[in-house]
Write a protein that binds this ligand. Structure first.
Ligand code: NAD
Length: 430
């Protein structure tokens, strides 16, 4: 339910009846505003994106027909630096969703202190239904269409749901061909041989683990033997599950779009990864029990990691969740009403804008390495990543204790102050 005071802020190009994830972001900004002091003067600048580009992506399909896909690139805020944020390929992508994802990037980048603003992109398509050649054409035409906005010092895309290293290689190549020179720094999350960074592939999941470990220390919870449930077994969910598994935790339930598996003693994550990689649905994985989709939320755990899509935890299921620490690997997995229920029930929620910031942190390292054409060892990258995540967690934990607010509100306080201070220092032009 969107509160009345939020409704009047909805821009004319979004539906008032179905404002979607952008409504969640607006409510989060409402909640932090009382803590911003004099900087609240500038808060309106967070309630609308700086730029929105909607593009037509016409593709000649393998059978000769032409299909038009809809693509988006949104730059929410560039006060602190160039736009930065992933590109999502999904049949349900909407403008509201891309706007919210771009805004969460603004908050995330400021919260961990990397010198980027927030941006995000998407194409409304189902990659499972197109051939590899069609996927390449979608990627290249979309990149070409958003070429007027992106660039290594303007806006730097990266992988998100259903996009990966291969797609980043096509994006980099398309942009470079249009520019007439090779420009590796235009995207991050590239293959290593094209200027990608060691450690980037697992960085988001690794970061989820690092902040999870820091949160566990605060509440006196041991990782060894802890039960972990993971929704989404893609880039983020898989790497997070592996990290917890390697640290001695029991990953008892995993869910992806094809099904849910459960094992009281802990799933063999390496075998489950190999099973999934061979194209078989995880629900058919041996040595585990298959569960109904919705039953996933009833599995008791010490750590619950949503790492799929947004709005998964709402007032509908938050009361049933039995966990100690909710680690948001996905962006926007919890709606504000779900968040309130979890907070009331004493679940420690480590918000997306902190928990999944490991990916953009190593994207920042990749961007720096591309600019200097000097590449670091994986050990160096992981060491720096762990330090940034641990320090950000500690600073936000301290802010949450000082202000007596949730970790989410504390993260928004730290981040919004940084963004709005930059806004104030730059001033308005003209
Ligand atoms: P991905 O495409 O690699 O994996 C997505 C996973 O979610 C898949 O396992 C898919 O089966 C599952 N899924 C999709 N719909 C589902 C449903 N209805 N129920 C259960 N599972 C479902 O994507 P990813 O890159 O791992 O991204 C996952 C989330 O993490 C997204 O919210 C994304 O924005 C966020 N994120 C990603 C990165 C990154 O570096 N890739 C960084 C920060 C945040």
């Amino acid at each position: 339910m969107i509160p009345h005071e939020t409704l009047h802020q909805i821009p004319s190009y979004l539906s008032r009846d179905d404002i979607g994830p952008w409504g969640t972001f607006l409510q989060q900004i409402e909640r932090v505003t009382p803590y911003l002091g004099d900087l609240a003067y500038w808060v309106e600048s967070l309630k609308r994106p700086k730029r929105i580009l909607v593009v037509d992506v016409p593709i000649k399909m393998d059978d000769g027909s032409v299909v038009h896909y809809e693509g988006y690139r949104v730059q929410h805020n560039t006060s602190r630096g160039p736009g930065k944020g992933g590109v999502r390929f999904h049949q349900d992508v909407t403008l509201s969703e891309v706007m919210a994802l771009a805004a969460w990037m603004t908050i995330k980048n400021a919260a961990i202190g990397v010198p980027f603003g927030g941006a995000k992109g998407g194409v409304r398509c189902d990659p499972r239904t197109v051939s590899m050649a069609e996927l390449e054409r979608i990627t290249r035409r979309y990149t070409s269409e958003i070429g007027i906005l992106i660039g290594p010092d303007k806006d730097i895309p990266a992988p998100d749901v259903n996009t990966n290293e291969r797609i980043m290689a096509w994006m980099m190549d398309t942009y470079s061909m249009n520019q007439g020179r090779t420009s590796t720094g235009v995207v991050t999350g590239k293959p290593i041989s094209l200027g990608g960074s060691l450690g980037r592939h697992d960085a988001t999941g690794r970061g989820v683990f690092v902040v999870g470990r820091a949160a566990a220390q605060k509440v006196g919870l041991a990782i060894r033997g802890a039960r972990v449930c993971v929704q989404g077994f893609g880039n983020v969910g898989n790497a997070a599950a592996r990290a917890f598994h390697e640290a001695g935790a029991r990953v008892t339930a995993v869910q992806d779009v094809t099904g849910t598996v459960f094992s009281e003693n802990g799933l063999d994550i390496e075998r489950l990864t190999a099973w999934q990689a061979s194209g078989r649905p995880i629900a058919e994985f041996g040595d585990a029990q298959s569960l109904e989709h919705d039953a996933f939320w009833d599995v008791p755990s010490e750590f619950l990691i949503p790492a799929a899509l947004e709005s998964q935890i709402t007032a509908r299921n938050a009361g049933r969740i039995q966990t100690r620490i909710l680690l948001e690997g996905a962006n926007g997995p919890t709606t504000p009403d779900g968040d309130d229920i979890l907070n009331d029930r004493g679940v420690l929620v480590v918000p997306d804008v902190l928990a999944n910031a490991g990916g953009v942190t190593v994207s920042y390292f990749e961007w720096v390495q591309d600019f200097s054409s000097f590449f670091w060892s994986e050990e160096e990258i992981n060491r720096r990543l762990d330090r940034i995540m641990e320090e950000a967690f500690q600073a936000i934990w301290d802010a949450s204790t000082r202000e007596k607010v949730s970790l989410r509100t504390a993260t928004y306080i730290v981040a919004c102050k940084r963004v709005l201070e930059a806004r104030e220092l730059r001033g308005l032009y003209p």
